[in-house]
Design a protein. Structure first.
Length: 451
């Protein structure tokens, strides 16, 4: 406890770090306040049906990502998911279109161009999703038509549609801007941090809902305590997944430059078991939200095909979700780690893996190692992704089950570790003790969505 208090004092004594933390907290508060500001023309006291929809199923997951803004008919109702969807599309285009591949190789200037394209694509995606959200809201509030003020007969006016779409688009762009500012001037990756804040905001509601259901239903307090113990065990397993690495020994030849000798020692290259982090689940989840968008335009007469993939507890939804997670894990690992580049860097620096020839053989060896550890890592990631659906089979409340795995738990663990790693870096740079005795926290920089 004494060490923790001293560490907090050290954090506060570093002016730059203190300003960054306060700046981050300020922007997060703005985001949370905005999630309670309803769209103009919507009566926030008559949204019970929409809030019921936002407490279960796939809509509940979307509501959790937006920190409750979805069920509040907020100006931030669509949250940051359109930006995530746009980022997915751009990263897929990088793999297949030479123009985007060229931009990626241009360094900082290319990254700026791709970010600008991503922003414009975010506008397009939001414009497509906003009418679906309004249509879904109108359908959910059909029993209380007075929830939407500007009615012309039984339908919202054209003015309401146009202004609501514009506000939803601007709301998403503002959330994206908040994330970028946090990344630039705050602590942690802004986009990931805002998603995490939205998830944490729903935790108390889920916890009390599960506690109430156990007291009034089967199991009682003992079952509730057992669920908490299982949750802690799952969190520990996820931390092991996030931080697990395999170290590859690299021998460096002796080199003499001037009066100094370099090399002649064995070092290790750490390759993470899950180099892709949480991004495969975020990508897969964004794709699985497509049925909601399609169904939002037509709440009646929806085909059984789309209904099956919109069932958060259904077999087909979870099967496709797990397969997408595995595929995206390999895809994102290929982006994050380039065996050929690693082999070239080792060769240029006079390094080699004992028993493996430098150059092409080294690249093949690294690729083989990467494939062997990525396969079990991707399968475990897929199991974590569908774990909430498995937990719900044992009678766990839908809201609380979402915290047993899936995107929510991995985001919480990954973002917290990333943020703590940045804070620790500031402490160590100024010769203070880190947050741990070893002074090392393994973060998940690969899981962050780049703004």
């Amino acid at each position: 406890m004494k060490r923790l208090v001293q560490t907090l004092k050290n954090i506060w004594s570093i002016e730059d770090l203190r300003k960054r933390i306060l700046y981050t907290i300020g922007l997060v508060l703005i985001y949370r306040i905005g999630s309670y500001i309803a769209l103009p023309g919507v009566d926030p006291t008559k949204l019970s049906d929409l809030q019921t929809q936002g407490s279960e199923g796939l809509m509940g997951l979307l509501n959790m990502f937006s920190g409750g803004a979805f069920s509040n008919a907020s100006i931030f109702a669509l949250g940051i998911m359109p930006y995530i969807t746009a980022s997915i599309i751009i990263q897929l285009l990088v793999m297949v279109i030479p123009y985007f591949q060229k931009m990626q190789r241009e360094g900082e200037s290319g990254r700026r161009k791709m970010n600008q394209i991503t922003r414009w694509l975010t506008v397009i995606v939001t414009v497509a999703q906003a009418p679906a959200y309004i249509q879904n809201m109108k359908f959910q509030l059909r029993e209380s038509p007075t929830a939407i003020y500007p009615f012309d007969g039984s339908e919202p006016t054209v003015f309401f549609w146009v202004t609501s779409i514009i506000i939803l688009v601007c709301g998403t762009l503002f959330v994206m801007w908040l994330g970028e500012r946090i990344t630039e001037k705050g602590v942690g990756n802004g986009i990931s941090l805002l998603i995490m804040v939205g998830i944490i905001a729903r935790l108390p509601f889920a916890l009390f809902a599960e506690f109430g259901s156990r007291l009034t239903g089967n199991g009682g307090l003992v079952m509730f305590v057992l669920e908490l113990v299982i949750l802690l065990a799952v969190i520990l397993l996820v931390i092991l997944l996030v931080q697990g690495t395999r170290r590859i020994p690299v021998q460096y030849a002796k080199r003499i430059v001037g009066n100094k000798q370099y090399g002649g020692v064995r070092q290790f290259i750490p390759i993470k078991v899950n180099a892709a982090g949480v991004m495969p689940i975020i990508f897969a989840q964004a794709i699985m939200f497509l049925p909601i968008t399609i169904m939002g335009f037509s709440n009646e007469g929806v085909s059984s095909f789309w209904s099956a993939f919109a069932d958060y507890n259904g077999f087909w939804y979870n099967l496709v979700f797990a397969v997408l997670v595995i595929l995206f894990t390999f895809f994102y690992t290929a982006i994050a780690i380039n065996p050929n580049q690693m082999a070239d860097d080792m060769k240029k620096n006079g390094g080699f893996i004992p028993g493996v020839k430098p150059g092409k053989k080294t690249a093949e060896y690294l690729e083989g190692i990467l494939s062997k550890i990525t396969l079990p890592g991707s399968i475990f990631l897929a199991i974590v992704a569908i774990l909430p659906a498995i937990i719900r089979l044992f009678g766990v409340n839908t809201q609380f089950a979402q915290f047993y795995g899936g995107t929510s738990l991995l985001i919480l663990v990954g973002v917290i570790l990333d943020t703590l790693q940045q804070i620790e870096s500031h402490l160590l740079m100024r010769h203070y003790d880190g947050l741990t005795k070893t002074g090392r926290i393994k973060g998940r920089t690969s899981m962050s969505v780049q703004a």
